[in-house]
Design a protein around this ligand. Sequence first.
Ligand SMILES: NC(=O)c1ccc[n+]([C@@H]2O[C@H](COP(=O)([O-])OP(=O)(O)OC[C@H]3O[C@@H](n4cnc5c(N)ncnc54)[C@H](OP(=O)(O)O)[C@@H]3O)[C@@H](O)[C@H]2O)c1
Length: 273
Amino acid sequence: MTSSQPLSGRTAIVTGASSGIGRAIAETLGRAGAHVFLAGRTVAAMESSCKQIEEAGGRAEAITADVRDPAQVRSLVDRAVLKTGRLDIMVNNAGVSFPAPILEGDPEEWRTMLETNILALLVGCQAGALAMRKCGAEGHIVNISSIAAQRPDSGVYGSTKHAVNAISATLRRELEEDSIRVVNVMPGAIATNFARNFDSTFIAGFVKMAGLDIEVKQGERLPDQVFASLSEKLKQMLGDPEDVAKVVLYAVTQPIHVNLADIVVRPPKQLNL
Ligand SMILES: NC(=O)c1ccc[n+]([C@@H]2O[C@H](COP(=O)([O-])OP(=O)(O)OC[C@H]3O[C@@H](n4cnc5c(N)ncnc54)[C@H](OP(=O)(O)O)[C@@H]3O)[C@@H](O)[C@H]2O)c1
């Protein structure tokens, strides 16, 4: 193990690795020497990350999976273990937000948030922890929550992140006697495709603030250069996904008797998510 490759010989899974925070975490863990399994529904974006990790001397594989289906999450863990014989880091990152008020909300959008943000994370925690136990890993489960979990009135999305905090705390307790730590990360506003389901005028406002002239369509991803420009020009209120990835790398490279339990990582100005 060298200081530039602290995760050499370790296996990591990152869900929601095709965009934003998950992609940055996957690339950072890969550069640090982990064999990374990237999971998401958009394979092209993950293949480009795999290429980048491999060019830096690492190992990475893209797996198309819809994490709302528990069987697909379990099979993701099985594939990583089958291929590498182990699992050391499970990052439950995939998440979505539909910000409508409760009185105007669509139950199908609520279902998508509940299944992606809570159910998939729970199955990832369970399958990940059992696999780590089986191979005797000094493992880390990393759950991506949100600063929305710090406010009582953060909507249906915020409720899912309150649940993530409760799940992380409960699992941490359940794993006290194991060599598996649970890290709960609460990002503030970060420049990603997170707001893709928000009203397009909201996103268009940010794109304009960043001095860019790009058409915004609700539900669609924006090109990468928009985020690079946004996080550079609006540094005070929009963090870079790399900021979160560095924190995750720090947490998973601590000795196993150190548990960085809850981490808030945010830009200086707070936007309520
Ligand atoms: N950006 C922020 O301001 C912010 C702040 C606090 C917390 N967070 C949290 O950070 C996490 C990552 O979000 P982000 O900001 O990076 O947003 P993003 O750019 O929209 O990325 C979300 C990721 O989740 C994946 N995903 C969504 N539904 C999925 C499904 N059913 N199956 C598999 N993958 C799925 C997406 O991949 P595909 O679409 O390819 O499937 C994508 O890779 C989320 O949990 C979010 O709640 C974000």
